[in-house]
Design a protein. Structure first.
Length: 411
């Protein structure tokens, strides 16, 4: 059990009203709200120790660098150890990996994909873990394949044989940002490991909501974003198992990632600096520590239990509303519930809920293929955070049960 009343007091935005109603924020999967501890940590960086990192030979520079590197330790510890590279967001982290798998300039190594190689993803992917692989396949002549989905949006393990001896990369989401379904990581990792594929996990929707130990999961690289886990906007993480990044060539080049530069040539710093060219989002990185500490204080197992209960409660309610179809599993999901309202466009659903102070997402949630697979173009999505309460879900369900009448679909 977590103390949601105490937690809610930490989130300033929850005190406001929306359209004259108390705010019910059910869009944490898009971006989480921030507790005061994180807001203050970012402010504190500017107020006390703002300076360029890894450059200044002065006290402020050293303190800023310490805060920046302490965040790296905190985020790494939070996901079970391993190396962390700061990126702009998870999307950039995944692009960095896809870029590395095309370019072999550093060591001409075995990573570069070629014609005949295969990349395997799933039909459930967010575009951030789909488009970079599609583009990589196009640029290298590799073939993109994908694991299929069951009718309730879960990864269909009967399609696991699409991972073959030709598979060089297996990239998949840990938790779907549409259905909340948790992927069968162990099975996919086993199949991909057996053929020596590089295993890439999109952990955007898992790391904020449940205990995740990337080392124990046995993946090679992973991506997630601070802004979905109570942290600042504008910073993400590329996580890698120790030693792997040594084989990756630079992605963005320029200052802060070089050793010696002549007019003819450049030698590069080892990771992580090799991948952190130019001025970084220092205050945001530093404040990510506060988000990690906040989550750790509550305990990820407690958060997972809370959010799984909320999800089950929401799913149970939705399946009882006539004309509302759940898009996703009835059991086992976490944090996210998508649905289709018969006869009412998701934008109208969202606006109707918004008029009652309830904020949900409408659209394809950057995941068009899974919507196509589930037979819809778009959907509505409610998603939860550590501050969400069962009472908020009840208010949402009450209003949702009025939406078809309001739009004249039923009388
Ligand atoms: N993958 C998943 C599963 C996501 O939910 C998101 C964000 N909606 C992303 C990737 C991309 O994250 P970001 O926008 O922070 O790069």
């Amino acid at each position: 059990m977590i103390d949601t009343a105490a937690i809610r007091a930490d989130f300033p935005v929850l005190a406001r009203q929306v359209r004259g109603e108390p705010l019910i924020y059910l869009d944490s999967a898009a971006t989480s709200q921030r507790p005061i501890q994180v807001i203050e940590a970012e402010r504190d960086f500017y107020a006390r120790l703002n300076a360029a990192v890894h450059r200044g030979t002065h006290a402020l520079g050293e303190e800023a660098t310490d805060a920046y590197e302490a965040a790296r330790d905190a985020v790494s510890r939070f996901v079970g150890g391993g190396e962390i590279v700061w990126t702009k967001n998870a999307t950039e982290a995944l692009n960095l990996v896809a870029y590395a798998l095309q370019n072999t300039t550093l060591d001409g190594g075995p990573l570069a994909l070629r014609e005949g190689d295969e990349i395997v993803i799933t039909e459930a992917e967010h575009h951030a873990n789909l488009v970079p692989w599609q583009q990589l396949a196009r640029r290298t002549g590799a073939t993109l394949k994908w694991l299929g989905l069951t009718d309730d949006g879960q990864i269909d393990l009967s399609t696991l044989d699409r991972i073959t001896e030709r598979t060089r990369v297996a990239a998949f989401t840990h938790v779907s940002n549409v259905t909340g379904a948790i992927s069968p990581v162990a099975e996919i990792v086993k199949a991909a490991r057996a053929v020596g594929a590089l295993i890439v996990l999109d952990a955007c929707q898992s790391v904020p909501h449940m205990p995740v130990n990337l080392v124990e999961l046995g993946v090679d690289v992973a991506a997630f974003s601070a802004h979905k886990m109570l942290g600042p906007t504008g910073v993400g993480a590329l996580w890698a198992r120790p030693g792997l990044l040594d084989q990756f060539p630079p992605f963005i080049t320029g200052g802060s990632m070089v050793e010696v530069v002549t007019m003819e040539n450049t030698t590069f710093l080892p990771p992580p600096a090799r991948f952190e060219a130019g001025s970084q989002a220092t205050a945001q990185v530093a404040a990510w520590t506060a988000a990690v500490e906040y989550l750790e204080r509550i305990g990820m197992a407690n958060i997972a239990e809370h959010e799984a209960e909320l999800t089950a409660h929401c799913v149970a309610g939705i399946t009882q509303i006539e004309g509302v179809r759940l898009l996703g599993p009835t059991k086992g999901g976490i944090g996210v519930v998508a649905f289709d309202v018969d006869g009412v466009h998701p934008h109208d659903v969202s606006q109707f809920l918004d008029a009652g102070g309830i904020e949900v997402r409408a659209g394809h949630h950057c995941a068009q293929p899974i919507h196509r697979r589930l037979g819809v173009r778009s959907s509505s999505r409610a998603s939860f955070g550590v501050h969400t309460t069962p009472a908020e879900i009840d208010a949402f369900l009450d209003r949702l049960s009025e939406v078809r009448r309001y739009f004249g679909v039923i009388s």
